[in-house]
Design a protein around this ligand. Structure first.
Ligand code: HEM
Length: 414
């Protein structure tokens, strides 16, 4: 029988930092496999990569999310006891709450709000010597997210809120002061949003049905009880925080236009190409490296014995670059999506599988629409120059981003 290879080294925790986004694919795919065993933080971990690996990872009969996330991630990125940690009926019920926010009307309104803020920012940029696109689009999206979600944002607080929402993301994998700041950012944000939830419940803050703030404040759990105000706040933050994070994809998209300029005219004039470009940005550039789950009960898969409670990691970046799924995966080529069959387990920058049955990101459609609106704006309504700068990014640094944040200058609206 073929044996699933195991790392001989005692512990590979440091290798995660060394290999970064390629930690899993280096081990799994280099051996032409879907599963591989290693040790991380003293635990025996099963690494999965590729389409077959993703199918297993999203099989909720065999995998669950209880205790799958380290506390340092919950105290920064996601919040404690939120949807990411739930299983079974309770998870499905919570997921419906998120999915109910994504009606066609709500998505249309999100596009209108996004375009309005691009107009306001672009006009401001005309007077600036240079613009760091990552910093500016974070604020642009913070304003967009709050307006869409029904969260009032005081002008003098915009900067602080934007910073906190993005520090929660950037600090979860860090150590030292950056991590501590990330925890503080979460505490401040939870307090801010929890007070607003209480105001909505007491009628002191108006909120429209269908907006995230209203639906989180009024949601009833499976037993008919309202969410604890802190929990409602955490789930509302689970809407606005990732909306701000779309700034990373916008920044990478700007880099793609610069590095592969043949895309500019095509994206500007062809709506289908604009979508293919957007999908390729989400596939090609590094964002989420991997995700974790735990084995529900003992079982054998591809001759590997999964043990109840064992930690399992699915390779997100590596699956998006798996040569078994993508021709020349390290080439930026939007037209590869001309022949794509819309697989649920191959393009997985925001998770795989079914939205309702598993943990796939409920914000995927809004993300795609915001990116399309932004790339449309950049190609059809904006002229800019790209000065000399270091826009390189490293696959060893998670989360990745062009070093310069992508600087543009001489911005003019068309
Ligand atoms: C889950 C990525 C935007 C809300 C996830 C997951 C990933 C992801 C990888 C985990 C899937 C899993 O655990 O199996 C991203 C990326 C985004 C983005 C890269 C773009 C920058 C959004 C937006 C929203 C959102 C815009 C809300 C409007 C959520 C929620 C979950 C989630 C609530 C938890 C779902 C669950 O546990 O069932 N996202 N996301 N995300 N995302 Fe996103």
């Amino acid at each position: 029988t073929v044996k699933v290879p195991k790392d001989r080294t005692l512990d590979n925790t440091l290798a995660i930092f060394k290999d970064g986004y390629e930690f899993i694919s280096k081990r799994v795919q280099s051996n032409h496999l879907d599963v591989y065993e290693t040790r991380v933080l003293g635990e025996k971990v099963a690494l999965l990569s590729g389409e077959e690996g993703a199918k297993l990872f999203y099989d909720t009969n065999r995998m669950n999310r209880k205790n799958a996330l380290p506390s340092r991630v919950l105290k920064t990125l996601f919040g404690e006891d939120a949807i990411q940690t739930m299983d079974g009926k309770a998870h499905t019920h919570r997921k419906l709450l998120f999915m109910s926010l994504m009606t066609p009307e709500a998505i249309t309104s999100l596009k209108v709000i996004t375009k309005k803020h691009w107009d306001q920012f672009a006009s401001k940029w005309e007077d600036k010597k240079k613009v760091v696109l990552y910093d500016e689009t974070r604020e642009l999206l913070c304003r967009t997210a709050c307006e869409w979600a029904g969260v009032p944002l005081k002008e003098k607080e915009v900067e602080k809120r934007t910073r906190d929402l993005s520090n929660m993301i950037d600090g979860f994998s860090a150590v030292g002061p950056k991590h501590i700041e990330s925890r503080r950012a979460r505490k401040r944000t939870e307090k801010w949003i929890e007070d607003l939830i209480l105001d909505v419940r007491e009628g002191k803050q108006s909120a429209q049905k269908g907006t995230a703030i209203y639906e989180m404040a009024m949601h009833k759990d499976l037993h008919g009880n309202p969410l604890d105000a802190r929990m409602a706040a955490i789930e509302l933050i689970n809407v606005i925080r990732p909306l701000v994070a779309i700034s990373k994809f916008i920044t990478f998209g700007a880099l793609a236009f610069y590095q592969f300029p043949q895309n500019i005219a095509k994206a500007a004039n062809d709506d289908d190409y604009l979508l293919r470009f957007t999908q390729e940005v989400r596939r090609y550039y590094p964002f989420v490296p991997f995700l974790g789950a735990r084995v529900d009960h003992d079982f054998t898969w591809q001759q590997y014995n999964f043990k109840e409670g064992q930690l399992v990691l699915i390779d997100i970046y590596g699956t998006n670059h798996d040569p078994r799924l993508w021709d020349n995966p390290d080439e930026f080529n939007p037209d590869r999506f001309l022949n794509w069959n819309g697989g649920l387990f191959d393009l997985i920058p925001q998770g795989g599988g079914d939205y309702y049955k598993g943990h796939r990101c409920p914000g995927e459609q809004p993300t795609i629409e915001i990116l399309k609106s932004s790339f449309d704006y950049m190609t059809n309504h904006l002229d800019y120059e790209v000065p000399k700068q270091d826009y390189s990014y490293s696959l060893r640094k998670m989360p990745a981003l062009p070093k310069s944040g992508f600087v543009i200058k001489n911005v003019q609206r068309q």
